[in-house]
Write a protein that binds this ligand. Sequence first.
Ligand SMILES: [Zn+2]
Length: 488
Amino acid sequence: MEGKAFTDLKGDASPLGGVLDFAEKHAWKVVPSIFVSALPSAILSDDAVEQFWNRFEYYWNSSSSEPVDAIYLVLHGAGVSVSFPDVEGELLRRIRNLEGATNLPIFGVYDLHANFSQVMARYADALIGYRENPHFDAKESGVRAAALLEKSLRSGIRPKQYLIQPPIIWPPTGTASASNPMKRLLQRARQLEVIHPEFWAVNINGGFAFADSADTGVSFSIVTDGKESIAKESLEELNQIAMECCEEGNVLEVPFEKVLLDLAQSDSSNNRKGPVILAEPSDNVGGGAPGDGTGLLRLLLEHKMDQSAVCLWDPDSVMQLSQHTAGSLVALELGGRGSNFDKGPVRIECELIRVSDGDFELEDKQSHLASVCGDRFDMGQCALVRHAGVTILLTTNRTPPMDLGQWRHVGVHPEELSFIGVKAAVAHRRAYDPIASANYLIETPGPCQSKLSEFPYRHIRRPVFPLDALEAVKMLSSSGKEIAKLVN
Ligand SMILES: [Zn+2]
């Protein structure tokens, strides 16, 4: 988005919408540049990075008639392209080296799943991370970072960033802010901000395990105008806490049979109210998986899970179904095309319930999805089909399951179902927890499964938990060898 489309985002549910709102209230004169976003997926092409950069440079050069006071960036923080394992770091380096930008304050906001790099720490003054996962505070965090920039502009104080990278990676399932270890770390971060008024922000970064880079993993950063030694002391403390509870963050999926047993046992003691959420992290759309995995769908069909529903990304089937009328029985080959881990398409005959457009307004403007797309999401043309007791929502666009509006838009009332298959790890919980009677992480094959030792990492820093034995990682730590890098 550029030009008017960029400034029109003012006030919407995204971080950029919040920052543009803040800018207006504080009489900032904004020089808009370019905003691009994508759902997590495979490695970026270098061309995509260069296209972004060319447009950014164009706006920078065209603003040169009036001096710019500061630069504000809305980042994610875990970008990897073919040649740049740290896309955000590379962009920050280039921005810092622009003519006229060498001495400017560079502030910004980023996602809690950033693989925060040493280069990001070096070239920005202050980057502020989300504190919640699901990210219902994305917009608020953008505004918080803008307020800190305002503070810097008014006071003339330029803070510094310090970073520590513990030898830990956690799968997305282990990065929920309501559970340990993130909960404990985030609480300590808030306390440190109170104890040390010179800290502008203490960031707890869960990291993004499915990127393979030297900076992949958990990290902590402190933005401060105080003494380096105090910041380092606090970072060491956070590092220590993370090492103590790193196993708690290695949250793994369980076999479906175990879940069925558990449900059978709990059923006898109390009647469930609301659907059971069967999350399938291996096909986590928000984590970069295709969303067309058939693992959970196969389990629902095989175990005849009555009154169940799942959403699948399958543009081919939607197109095929658009030729039919409601009530038709259609032989379909569902999903299974997007990943080598999958068994391939499920061939079944389904009854077509309806075909509809998929552009819906978010029910929850603070949902994780709003941090990605603002107020609306477009699933593309959709088809709702049914086979036995299993309802399947087929979409043209990959759709992260983070807002119940997705179901109601196509005429399904999620709270009336018995089981809902959800292709996510944590981000769905804000939407689904209020209606759920139980929540399970189901083991299926897929590119975002939580057992990280299954993946052929090549660039990640080693030793690292859980790829290397915890004892080995801790032994290195206690023997004094530097495994946690600290930079500013
Ligand atoms: Zn995230």
